[in-house]
Design a protein around this ligand. Structure first.
Ligand SMILES: Nc1ncnc2c1ncn2[C@@H]1O[C@H](COP(=O)(O)OP(=O)(O)OP(=O)(O)O)[C@@H](O)[C@H]1O
Ligand SMILES: [Mg+2]
Length: 362
């Protein structure tokens, strides 16, 4: 069984830097689990704790049915692929992939079988005799993954394995990793700072910030029901827009210096306590639609600052009062910079956050 369990895990470096702060979660057997968060939030440290490359300051780590908190890395039955997947330059691809197995004194025939099997899965059979310098970036990446596959571990640990690749190759390798997971059915614990990678690969995603796990959910739940402003702004591209204002309940509406929006009834209860108090409105770029509505209860006056015409859609940077928001709208009609363009916020898709704690209200 390839589950991974972290139970109240803490890692403090040098008695002062709390890199991982009371983190608990479970990666299910055979799951593709992604930990995502900004640089320095503690992702790699969490993964290295699971790998046994760091010792936990407190808390317990389980792999399968074993408490591995004080088990040596080599005995944890995991295989890790790092961002910087240095291959041995003087060895061929075959030797690179076989290396860990040779160290473990796996019989020669078995090594050959596993290396060839992994090479076939990864489509690098023709490259087995080459040295790493004769490979492209994507091919090297595949060899690094191959080194992990031959170990046939309970759990794969990936630390930003695609970040050295150019954008196009990264998208291709992303799909390959998803296929690989479907094919091998092995548990994957993957960390990245790239929320698109997280959303496309993760069956479940944990969002981390400052060593804390803020939310753990499937991609659509994270997108539609973020627990706080940080998660709301981190997941999604272009990111959610935030506008400060206040709420009034009779009638129920959000009041911003530049506009007022009537709110549907479902917001009444969650916003009741906030009458007259400052709240933050969150609206995703795709929930800002060009044009007015009738009655004009949700129409917001805006001016186009910059229009990025992408062909399939337009990204508009709009001035609303003194603030700027980003809208993602259909390609036609293409507005010109400077043009006044009243827009409509899809009232049902709005988010609200406590202006102080940043917790989600509705
Ligand atoms: N060996 C170490 N000694 C002291 N501090 C460390 C050590 N390793 C990491 N840290 C600190 O712990 C925190 C978390 O680091 P970590 O490498 O886990 O972040 P990360 O989320 O992987 O970031 P990135 O996206 O940049 O890779 C950072 O503040 C980092 O400076
Ligand atoms: Mg890292």
């Amino acid at each position: 069984m390839g589950r991974v369990l972290l139970d109240n895990v803490v890692k403090v470096f040098d008695k002062s830097v709390t890199a991982v702060d009371r983190v608990s979660f479970e990666v299910a057997d055979r799951e593709f689990f992604v930990l995502v968060g900004p640089s320095g939030c503690g992702k790699s440290t969490t993964l290295r704790l699971v790998a046994g490359l760091e010792d936990a300051t407190s808390g317990d780590i389980w792999i399968g049915d074993r408490n591995v908190t004080s088990v040596e890395p080599r005995d944890r039955d995991i295989a890790m692929v790092f961002q910087n997947y240095a291959l041995y330059p003087h060895m061929t691809v075959r030797e690179n992939m076989a290396f860990a197995l040779r160290l473990r004194k796996v019989p020669k025939k078995e090594i050959a079988r596993r290396v060839e099997e992994a090479a076939r899965i990864l489509g690098i059979e023709e490259l087995l005799q080459r040295k790493p310098r004769a490979l492209s970036g994507g091919q090297r990446q595949r060899v690094a993954v191959g080194r992990a596959i031959v170990r046939d571990p309970q759990v794969f640990l990936f630390d930003e394995p695609l970040s050295n690749l150019d954008a196009k190759l990264r998208v291709g390798m992303r799909a390959e990793l998803a296929r690989l997971h479907q094919r091998l059915g092995t548990t994957v614990f993957y960390v990245t700072h790239d929320q698109v990678e997280a959303m496309t690969l993760g069956q479940r995603i944990g969002v981390m910030k400052d060593g804390r796990l803020l939310q753990l959910a499937d991609p659509l739940t994270l997108y539609n029901r973020p627990v706080n402003r940080f998660v709301a702004g981190f997941i999604g591209s272009p990111p959610m827009n935030f506008l400060a204002g206040r709420v009034e309940t009779a009638p129920l509406r959000f009041i911003h210096p530049a506009f007022t929006i009537a709110l549907p009834d479902r917001f009444r209860e969650p916003l009741a306590r906030y009458t007259g108090k400052p709240v933050t409105l969150g609206v995703r770029p795709e929930n800002i639609l060009p044009g007015t509505d009738s009655p004009a209860a949700t129409t917001v006056p805006a001016r186009v600052d910059v229009a990025e015409l992408m062909g399939n859609e337009n990204i508009l940077y709009l001035a609303i009062g003194d603030e700027q928001v980003v809208a993602r709208v259909p390609p036609h009609p293409a507005p010109r910079p400077g043009e006044n363009l009243p827009v409509r916020f899809e009232a049902d898709r709005l988010h609200f956050f406590d202006a102080e704690t940043e917790a989600t209200l509705a």
